[in-house]
Design a protein around this ligand. Structure first.
Ligand code: GLU
Length: 624
């Protein structure tokens, strides 16, 4: 495998495709740090990539002061709760994937929101009409709020694999919330997009619409309530949230939404209460599922199992693609194979994957034997879309597939981060509150938004279709597309990658892997390259640059024309090269550009000179 990669890199270098190493981000100060928005950083000793310069700097500072990848990931995630409050925070959930250098094993935490005990199969059906609610009607309500898992995820990750306390990990975020940070164009834009719904709730309007207006770019945004919430958690532990006053406030907000007295603009729907209780919060449990595993051209691909469909869909598509020599296939034909593999994987994902899909079904979906039955793909002639799900040997137990694809478009919410430490440990973490702005309710006095994750359930069984694996039920977790992925090469990390983007997360992660492994791109190029998303649809979406470059050739091969979409995803990734060199990559442009940092520009020694002295002391993980 090393040989495959070396050969590929040689070919890339010969073709002049390597992006020159970007200078590393220089060492900063405590929060709020000097902001750098470099999207690629290469070097040694540890690396961080997030969507946000403040969070990246916090993660880097934790690594620099001796913390490991888990410590840095939790501190960065807590900071994202402050600086990216519309995408993620303690009101939501996520999936944490951890590669442990000592054991060379990949572990996962499923911190997905779960449905309260009061959830019914018809929770998202309007009793007055018998029809499913409109999406926004369901979203902006208490009905959409699942029991959050993010805070417990942080606590468990630190306890199992970290070296620092939760209180220490929240400290930089508390500083950021107290002192404030400069509003950027993305933050302002996300408020503007949500202005109508944020105005419906008094605490949300107070926090994010000061004087009734979205904060100006360059103004300072502070969140003292969130600082106090984090401080309370620091003092009293996660119990303050799951069994204490914060949880009581969450349940109260869900059951009696904190609507504003006279919002400037009326909202067209009734704002319905939900049934989440303090008992639901007290009963929430993390899960620690085995990662999904498949192989691709000799690499081991580890991803997230159910309730995410990410691990199986990415793995199945790669298994189908692996049957073709895509490195030596002309670009448009290779892309056509990739798009068809993605469509087939989505047909199966929609039909078979939900929270309670049997592990046997997941194993079959990820098997090469099954991929062989799905390899109806031909480089010269595209599959008609939508295509039917495949035939599994014993597919459903009690669950049967629907008859057609159901994947919808999603807004640009959620966030992803990637961290590696000097010991070789790696974290790939995707966390979300579902839509940008979640359900738009800030918990009164607590400074964070609630999720609307339960709208990831199918709202209703479609008439005439076979049973849907993703219908709501008490305690069930809605199907996700989040795809934090760690790729190993002979047991050592090669790549870690993830992205937001709803169901397009799967296609973004898949496309980055395809770009990097098969298309001769460096990791920076693989992330920056224009994207398309084929989710078993006859109207797939693609970014304008992708359409300009490939659409005519793809249509000539029988692929459907693309619907333009401004951007897909907001990925972060790290590549692990020979001699422990790390390349951390965030988006150069999408969602305003992300931020990547490494600890040292050169192998140890030079690092001390730049960063004011890194001392490598006792190791929380084995040296590689
Ligand atoms: N709720 C989505 C999921 O779990 C993620 C939302 C997004 O990325 O836009 O798949």
């Amino acid at each position: 495998m090393r040989a495959y990669r070396a050969g590929l890199m040689a070919a890339v270098a010969a073709a002049g495709l390597v992006v020159p190493a970007t200078p590393v981000v220089a060492a900063g100060h405590a929060v709020p740090p000097p902001v750098s928005s470099r999207s690629t950083a290469a070097g040694y000793g540890g690396a961080v990539a997030t969507v946000d310069a403040t969070a990246t700097a916090v993660g880097r500072d934790v690594l620099r002061s001796g913390g490991n990848a888990v410590d840095a990931a939790v501190a960065a995630a807590a900071t994202l709760g402050v600086t990216e409050p519309f995408s993620a925070g303690i009101g939501g959930g996520g999936f944490f994937v951890y590669y442990d250098a000592r054991s060379k094993r990949v572990h996962t935490i499923d911190g997905r929101e779960s449905a309260p005990a009061s959830t019914r199969r018809d929770t998202f059906v309007d009793p007055a009409t018998g029809q499913p609610y409109a999406f926004e009607e369901a979203r902006i309500s208490g009905l959409s709020v699942g029991v959050p898992g993010t805070l417990l995820t942080w606590e468990a990750a630190l306890r199992k694999w970290g070296t620092r306390s939760l209180a220490a990990s929240l400290r930089p975020a508390i500083r950021a919330a107290d002192k404030g940070f400069a509003v950027d164009a993305t933050f302002r834009q996300q408020v503007l997009e949500n202005a109508a719904v944020f105005a419906q709730f008094a605490p949300t309007a107070q926090l994010f619409l000061p004087d009734g207006r979205a904060p100006e770019v360059g103004s300072t945004h502070r969140n003292p309530d969130l600082a106090d919430t984090y401080r309370l958690i620091s003092r009293r532990g996660v119990e303050a949230f799951y069994e204490g006053p914060i949880g009581a406030d969450i349940a109260a907000a869900v059951q009696d939404p904190p609507v504003a007295d006279s919002p400037p603009r009326p909202w067209p729907y009734l704002i319905r209460p939900g049934g989440l209780t303090t008992t639901d919060l007290a009963g929430y449990e993390l899960r620690f599922p085995a990662p999904t595993h498949s192989s691709y051209r000799g690499y081991d691909i580890y991803g997230m199992s159910t309730p995410s469909s990410g691990g199986t869909a990415v793995g199945e598509a790669l298994n189908i693609m692996e049957r073709f020599d895509l490195r030596h296939t002309p670009p448009a034909k290779a892309l056509s194979v990739h798009l068809d593999a993605s469509a087939l994987a989505f047909a199966d994902r929609d039909a078979y994957v939900g929270d309670d899909t049997h592990p046997r079904v997941l194993r079959e979906l990820l098997s090469d034997r099954y991929a062989a039955t799905r390899a109806v793909v031909q480089p010269d002639s595209a599959l008609p879309k939508p295509t039917a799900p495949g035939e599994l040997s014993d597919p459903y137990g009690s669950v049967r597939p629907p008859t057609a694809a159901t994947s919808g478009e999603k807004a640009k919410s959620t966030t992803n981060l990637t961290v590696a430490d000097r010991w070789g440990n790696v974290v790939e973490y995707t966390l979300t509150i579902e839509q940008t702005g979640g359900n738009a309710m800030v918990v009164p006095g607590r400074g964070f938004l609630l999720n609307n994750e339960l709208t990831d359930f199918s709202f209703a069984q479609r008439a005439g279709a076979l049973p849907d694996p993703n219908l709501p039920a008490p305690g069930k977790r809605p199907r996700s597309s989040m795809s934090p992925t760690v790729v190993l090469d002979d047991g050592e990390p090669f790549l870690a990658v993830g992205s937001p983007g709803g169901a397009t997360i799967i296609t973004t992660v898949l496309q980055i892997l395809f770009n990097r492994i098969d298309r001769g791109m460096s990791l920076s190029e693989a992330v920056a390259a224009p994207r398309a998303s084929q989710r078993n649809s006859d109207t797939p979406v693609a970014e304008p640059a992708f359409i300009a470059e490939y659409e005519s050739e793809l249509v000539a091969l029988g692929q459907p024309a693309f619907r333009p979409i401004a951007e897909l995803g907001a990925a972060t990734a790290i590549e692990f090269q020979d001699q422990r060199r790390l390349v951390a990559v965030a988006e150069p442009i999408r969602r305003g550009g992300g931020s990547a940092a490494v600890l040292c520009p050169a192998p140890n020694g030079a690092c001390g000179a730049v960063d004011g002295g890194i001392t490598v002391t006792s190791s929380p993980g084995a040296p590689r």
